[in-house]
Design a protein around this ligand. Structure first.
Ligand SMILES: [Zn+2]
Length: 215
């Protein structure tokens, strides 16, 4: 799958001044991903809090664990944009990892709000812990779904335009009156006459220069 403009964080615009850098930013791409990042920050905090309960991990390492966990999850969604259609095993691994990551994040967060004990889990701690990761999962999934569809649609459009252009170029060609081969100009057809097998064999003209059969 060729990545189209909607799936790139920066636009292929060249600017000669460094302060015009903002022109390169694909705002659509970034705006679409801000909710994921915003939802991931509190969720990664929850993972970090859980990792410090009972002094299991030092604060700094727990913070890294939280960021690592949620960035893996966001990275997985981003990877999905590049996945090939004809890779069913890859798709299953991708979906499995996504579901596992969101459930693990929901569990870490719920436990973080339950003082680190399964016996303390309450409806309130589930509300605190599970809703952000699950919302993020569905948002990411929807984003991936829409991006893939938009990408495919654009690809189809580009293919169609290319075929139309090819057909147009073909119809505008000049043709050899002996073998009907198409050339971009009349001059090119005339120089082709020097090597045209049909003309050299002394066969009569069979076509018009616009490629129709002589009647
Ligand atoms: Zn010819």
């Amino acid at each position: 799958m060729i990545t189209t403009i909607q799936l790139r964080p920066f636009l292929p615009v060249s600017t000669d001044k460094w302060y015009l850098f903002y022109k390169k930013i694909n705002w659509l791409w970034w705006l679409q991903r801000i909710p994921m990042l915003a939802l991931a920050i509190p969720a990664s905090y929850g993972v970090a809090v859980f990792s410090t309960i009972g002094n299991t991990l030092p604060v700094v390492i727990a913070a890294v664990a939280g960021i690592a966990f949620e960035s893996t999850y966001i990275g997985t969604i981003a990877l999905g944009d590049q996945m090939l259609d004809d890779d069913p095993i890859g798709r299953r691994i991708w979906l499995g990892l996504n579901i596992f990551a969101v459930l693990a994040s929901a569990l870490f967060n719920t436990l973080a709000f339950s003082g680190g004990k399964y016996s303390n889990i309450s409806p309130e701690s589930i509300t605190h812990g599970a809703l952000l990761p699950i919302t993020n999962f569905f948002y990411g999934f929807l984003l991936h779904w829409i991006s893939t569809k938009a990408n495919k649609q654009q690809q189809l459009k580009e293919d169609q335009e290319r075929r139309l252009q090819q057909a147009k170029a073909e119809s505008e060609k000049e043709h050899c009156e002996y073998c009907n081969i198409g050339k971009p100009t009349k001059q090119a057809v005339w120089s082709h006459y020097r090597s045209c097998d049909n003309k050299l064999a002394g066969l009569p003209k069979k076509y018009t220069m616009d490629g129709r059969l002589l009647t």
